[in-house]
Design a protein around this ligand. Sequence first.
Ligand SMILES: [Ca+2]
Length: 460
Amino acid sequence: MAACAVSSAASARLRDGDILVADSQTIFLVDPATGDRAILSSRDVGNGPAFVHLAAVLIESRDSILAVDGFGRTLYRIELATGDRSVVSSNSVGTGSIEYFWPRAIAREADDALLVADYGRAVLFRVDPATGDRSVISSRDVGSGTPLAGPNSLTLDRSGSVLLADARLFALFRVDPLTGNRDVISSGEVGAGPPLWHTRGIAESASGRLITIGGQWSTSYLPHLMSVNPATGDREILSSLDRGAGSRFAGPEDLTIDSNGDILVADAAWRAIFRVDPTTGDRELLSTSDVLGVVGAGPGFADLRTIAVASFRFPVGIDIRPRNPANRINLSSQGVVRVALLGTADFEVAEVEAETLAFGPAGATLANRRGPHFEDVNEDGFTDLVGHFRVQEAGIALGDGEACLVGETSDESRFEGCDAIWTLGPCGIGFELAVLPLPLIWLRRRRAGARRPIDRRGMR
Ligand SMILES: [Ca+2]
């Protein structure tokens, strides 16, 4: 146990943004700021059955995580304080009509039920975390649509649908969690663009696009990140040898997206974690101790299999356009939208760090230099924080039904509040552009006192 003294993260509690990665037989905690690595659970750290070949990890709380052992055919719970491992579900713990063969992916539903994708069985299970009992949600015999062949990654989208990457079919699926019905989101037959290839890893970006990994080092179709439109299945390469700066990928195995919207990629061949800019595709080394160099201290990785990131934003109330129930947002407006962050007995808005406030998918920061002001907009006796955010910086898209405000308090707790919105198209103007001759538009805008040129961003 001597080696553990320097490398184990005894009495660890997860903080927002903490990164967890797993080698076949070791789970690491990685500091997102420094890249420092510590072993949370392994043959030498923590008691309980030894891992055989880990495939996925899931953050359960600040104090515990779940891990899927693919070859071990077991779902474990790991206590972070000790690294101790206990069996949550296996072929001998919990019941089910079909046995695990090669479970490889895990996600958690809103009611805490677990979803486990079995690559070997081509089955999606729902697992009771208390009893370990498993039921089949989707398989060749359950649910309609193209049968799965080799599901190896899964996540839930904001509506609660299951998103799943199939490494044998080179396809992304959406699975209805109630019926098990399967829709192909993108594949050789669905969607245009560069092909999916040995698909692995899946995550939903802040803008709603799906990010997955494709390509292989040993082929001419080199490893890359693919960005997929979830409505059309259309694909574009987001980061690759030809797109984005930084060290190329060698063997990316899994990805996740942190609360800043950055894509975190576990590369097994480089034994490195990359942080990828979702806009430029630029790749930055976040943690490694191998041929690419040294970023972060602590034991090195051996054969990175999977990656997850902690996200613990606590919910708060906001009111977009306070006292205005319609919450209309004119997307072509050059103006600002007022957003009130609602104080409560448990949440004092005076504790909020104003510069951390970010509104909308693109994270607009406060528009006015003087910062927010404080008033009780809903007259409940608790002071609220009112800020202004530029519509053009918020990244809200036509048809979005809600917008969210995130931020941090002075003790670095992160919070998030969302409110319904009603987007107005490329403004009244966008519609008129399509039907009115240009001089008339010019006249109307002059009459309206508009001095700015027509905003082309609003014309899509
Ligand atoms: Ca109030």
